[in-house]
Design a binder for this molecule. Structure first.
Ligand code: AHR
Length: 501
């Protein structure tokens, strides 16, 4: 039997209405975090470039630091990713640094950027450090030694065993046991039966070193992996770490295909919530850290293929940095992702855009400067324009389709100030070519204003992107949105932050 073609109903009018007895929730600004991995040019030639006229006395690119400060980056997870699965942190500290071979990415790691440089860089960015440990080839002792080095040892000889030579402790309070250890691509991957006990024993030693730390463990939105993990180690965990990438390949993925993926993170979050609840850790007892996410999976053919005849295609990694890839699709997917986290802010307490710079990052770093990709501006809008609490609302709208799948054409989140007086609506219109009229009259005062103040990110086409020499093709614009019969018109392919006065 032939299936019915999916109907595009996107063009119909939409409305936003209050939900009875909706709770206001203070969301965690940590959802606006980032991730940085020793992969390709993210660290070396990205944030760290000693000798560049654009770097400071520590070799850190000043323009990158300024850009990350500008979006109030709250936290950066480091050093991997797959990289960390055979990284030994002790090679990356102290005056004498030895290069080592990283087996995950099959490259030499010079170790000139290690823990001390990372913590120093975080201080300059104004963000919190979050270290992901090696649970691949590492062990509980190596992980807890890292905590000891960062948080307990001070001065030339250290307060205890491991001297770090610094006048004050690094104070790293966020620590993950492992990265994606469920996956065959990972060095030192673990079986379900191995994982829970390893996390438990590592967590005991790490907490035994510093009881203040917040602990994460590599998890999946899947019962088979995560229930046993929580059975063994849940009582020691603060977060489960889950990852999501939603389109793959080295070339462009068409705008509409990307929009069809905007509801997938919701499904991942709901599945993870289901597992947490089943294990007795629901309601935020253990939070979700979506500590790697991006619309686009990184392009690195060869990762995880250790067969004799497999080749590592290093050149292909450069395809991640083709400027035209990063269009309004990236911005709008990112806004929908963050909206999803905001809607689940009682449980999703951290998210880390993957990565911070280069590869698929929000900032492209080149020899002479940086380009802020479209997604960068979403972070700017959310960290500057939203109010600190979310309140549930009902969005009625049509569906956008690519002929096979369909998704709601709008994605909206309402935020409210602490005193309840100011409301800011963040709303995405995914339609590539049509304005959508949104009825917001339920949130306007009796004397309806003629226009609402808004900041809109749309670019001049769904495929618009920023590039060297054309840095400001896609930037947020302040506009006044006319109100007619309680409705505002949302431009096609746009994110709008609208002040509902
Ligand atoms: O593709 C990037 C890699 O994706 C990260 O290293 C890893 O954590 C994830 O599988």
């Amino acid at each position: 039997m032939e299936s019915e073609p999916v109907k595009d109903t996107a063009g119909r009018d939409a409305s936003l209405t209050p939900v009875k007895d909706a709770k206001e929730i203070v969301y965690s600004p940590m959802i606006f975090g980032h991730f940085l991995e020793h992969f390709d040019t993210q660290v070396y030639g990205g944030i760290f470039d000693p000798g560049s006229p654009l770097s400071d006395e520590d070799g850190f690119r000043k323009d990158v630091i300024a850009a990350l400060r500008e979006i109030k980056t709250p936290i950066v997870r480091w050093p991997g990713g797959c990289f960390v699965s055979d990284y030994h942190w002790k090679y990356g500290v102290g005056p004498k640094r030895e290069p080592m071979w990283n087996k995950a990415w099959a490259v030499e790691e010079p170790n000139t950027f290690g823990t001390d440089e990372y913590v120093k860089w975080c201080r300059k960015v104004g963000c919190k450090p979050y270290i992901c440990t090696n649970a691949g080839t590492g062990n509980a002792e190596e992980m807890s030694d890292w905590v000891e080095y960062c948080n307990l040892s001070v001065g030339k000889w250290g307060r205890i065993r491991i001297a770090n030579g610094f006048a004050s402790p690094h104070e790293v309070l966020y620590w993950s046991v492992g990265n994606e250890n469920w996956g065959r691509h990972e060095i030192g991957a673990k079986t379900v039966d191995e994982w829970g006990p390893l996390v438990r024993e590592s967590a005991k030693m790490m907490r035994g070193t510093d009881r203040r730390i917040r602990l994460f463990a590599a998890a999946l939105p899947d019962e088979k992996w995560t229930l046993p993990l929580l059975k063994h180690a849940g009582y020691l965990l603060d977060y489960v770490s889950v990852h999501g990438y939603y389109v793959w390949g080295g070339g462009d993925n068409p705008y509409l295909k990307c929009m069809m993926r905007t509801t997938a993170p919701e499904a991942d979050i709901m599945r993870t919530i289901g597992v947490l609840e089943k294990a007795g850790f629901g309601g935020g007892k253990i939070a979700i850290a979506f500590d790697e996410w991006n619309l686009r999976g990184w392009y690195h053919p060869g990762l995880g293929n250790f067969r004799r005849d497999a080749t590592m295609d290093y050149e292909a990694r450069r395809k991640n940095d083709i400027a035209s890839t990063y269009t309004m699709a990236d911005a709008l997917f990112s806004a929908c992702f963050l909206n999803t986290c905001l809607r689940h802010s009682d449980v999703v307490k951290m998210a880390n855009f993957s990565p911070a710079v280069n590869t698929r990052g929000a900032i492209f770093v080149h020899r002479k400067g940086i380009v802020k990709r479209t997604s960068y501006h979403v972070f700017w809008m959310y960290t500057h324009l939203l109010e600190p609490k979310t309140i549930q609302v009902k969005t009625e709208c049509g569906n956008l389709t690519d002929g096979k799948t369909n998704v709601p054409v709008l994605d909206a989140v309402l935020t409210v100030s602490d005193d309840g007086k100011r409301h800011v609506l963040a709303v995405v219109n995914k339609h590539p070519s049509q304005e959508i009229a949104l009825d917001v009259s339920s949130f306007l005062m009796a004397a309806t204003p003629d226009a609402l103040r808004a900041t809109v990110l749309a670019g001049d086409s769904p495929d618009a992107y920023n590039d060297i020499g054309n840095e400001n093709r896609v930037v947020p614009k302040q506009v006044s949105l006319p109100v007619s019969n309680g409705k505002v018109k949302l431009p096609p392919h746009s994110l709008s932050c609208i002040r509902l006065e």
